[in-house]
Design a protein around this ligand. Structure first.
Ligand SMILES: [Ca+2]
Ligand SMILES: [Ca+2]
Ligand SMILES: [Ca+2]
Length: 467
């Protein structure tokens, strides 16, 4: 009897050996069976050969072998059946990340790399099967595995119309052993984002409207990922471009300016999008023209004599929208040397106001006094040109004498007027220079002016008014 053994060798090869007990054979026939029932001849060898290599078996698959000798008279009996399988390791497949997509989001999941390997077989020799637990969400024609140049990749395209998930199982076989990996494909509901309601507004022309708060949120997307836009229904009144969107995350705000003199209505729509779904809120803005305040009853010119002040310049203020008590009235002087701030006194309440102007002593010239009335938005100004006359130029000289070698002049005192002495050594083109260290004394209605420097040579004096 022949005795057959089977041994695994290099990948895909099984080595058979048997004992040659016959001395009259012509050769041996080697038969193989996959099921141990039906055998087929897979090869033959010459007399005295006691081994055979079956190359091209599928690793890991058990095969049954038997051998018999033959000669010109017929066949010997079969050897024992020997069962063997070429060495095999199971294929390996890496983990595939779960996939999530928002409902309606058409982002494609293509070419997702899948780590597939097998020790004995090339990727092309492996067989794949893909199962989907939810064929409505992921029909099998929307998922595929492709092998290009030895790299496996997966494409998954779930139906995005309804939320749900499907467990996808990738089965991988090398012909002998099967492995699998599963991952979840989910279509998330993607709720519509929300925008808070915004109250209607009534504003005036020529103002900056700031801090109109609006909150945006979304179940799936963070505030900063939401796209917020704003549009105006009346581009002429409030251009969409002019509306600034401020803030971050879920807290946003609007700022815009109304143009001077503009009036009308605009509907402002704030929209928020999560990239798929969007929502919006509108609010109404009524812009009305704000009348400028009025100032009535003030002259535009005022002439004052030297040292004169004016009290009780009455005037009336008013405004179309703002009560007189809330109007802000202010006065300023263009020439504070002539009319200092302290020389302007504003009094009165409500619509009736009074202005008192007191120029500085011994000053003359022109100052523009500006009265401003502000209603919080708009300002009206009224200017009064105040002219203060120069002091009277005449000097009433009482006496001029030389006392102990010093020149002394006596002039009549005049309110608001300062006197000085000037001197020169020549009346023909000589320069008049002020007396240094002039000594001044007031006695009753007289002013005495004395040159502390004694007279030397020819000197001419003149009493003058200090400008
Ligand atoms: Ca294998
Ligand atoms: Ca959403
Ligand atoms: Ca007004």
């Amino acid at each position: 009897m022949l005795f057959l053994t089977t041994a695994a060798n290099a990948a895909g090869t099984l080595n058979l050996t048997w004992q040659d007990n016959s001395d009259n054979e012509v050769g041996f026939e080697i038969e193989r069976s996959l099921d141990g029932v039906g055998y087929e001849v897979i090869g033959e060898v010459s007399a005295d050969v006691q081994s055979y290599s079956d190359e091209g078996v599928i690793p890991g698959i058990p095969y049954s072998y038997r051998v018999r000798a033959y000669n010109e008279f017929g066949y010997s009996g079969y050897t024992n059946v020997s069962v063997g399988a070429a060495d095999n390791t199971a294929p390996a497949v890496g983990t595939i990340q779960d996939l999530e997509v928002l409902r309606g989001d058409e982002t494609q999941f293509a070419a997702i790399p899948v780590d597939v390997s097998d020790a004995e077989s090339s990727l092309d020799e492996l067989s794949f099967e893909i199962l989907s637990s939810n064929l409505e969400l992921l029909p099998l024609n929307r998922v595929s595995l492709e092998i290009v140049e030895g790299v496996a990749s997966l494409s998954v395209d779930p139906v995005r119309t309804t939320a749900g998930s499907s467990e996808v199982t990738l089965l991988l076989s090398d012909g002998a052993e099967m492995v699998e990996t599963s991952f979840l494909v989910s279509v998330l509901p993607n709720y519509v984002p929300t925008v808070s309601a915004i109250e209607d507004l009534a504003v005036y022309d020529g103002v900056v409207v700031d801090g109109i708060s609006v909150s945006v949120s979304d179940r799936e997307s963070a505030g900063e990922d939401l796209l917020v836009t704003v549009a105006s229904s009346n581009e002429g009144l409030i251009p969409s471009q002019s509306i600034e969107l401020m803030g971050t995350g879920e807290s946003r705000s609007l700022r815009f300016a109304t143009s001077q003199g503009g009036s009308g209505e605009a509907s402002i729509t704030v929209s928020v999008s999560d990239g798929v779904n969007s929502a919006s809120q509108s609010f109404q803005i009524v812009v009305s023209e704000n009348e400028v305040p009025t100032i009535v009853g003030l002259a535009s010119e005022l002439e004052l004599g030297s040292g004169q002040s004016v009290d009780g310049l009455s005037f009336t203020i008013g405004d179309g929208e703002t009560s007189p008590a809330e109007l802000q009235v202010s006065v300023s002087s263009s020439n504070t040397l002539l009319v200092p701030e302290s020389g302007i006194v504003l009094s009165g309440t409500g619509t009736s106001r009074t202005l008192q102007i007191t120029p500085a002593a011994r000053q003359h010239g022109t100052a523009v006094i500006t009265v401003e009335v502000f209603d919080g938005v708009k300002t009206t100004t009224h200017s009064i040109e105040v002219t203060v006359a120069a002091p009277d130029g005449t000097i009433e000289l009482v006496d001029f004498r030389v006392e102990n070698g010093h020149a002394v002049a006596e002039v009549m005192y005049r309110s608001g007027v300062d006197f000085a002495l000037v001197k020169t050594d020549s009346l023909r083109g000589g320069e008049w220079t002020p007396v240094e260290g002039l000594e001044i004394e007031l006695d009753g209605n007289r002013v005495t002016l004395r040159d502390p420097q004694a007279i030397e040579g020819a000197v001419y004096y003149q009493a003058v008014i200090v400008e």
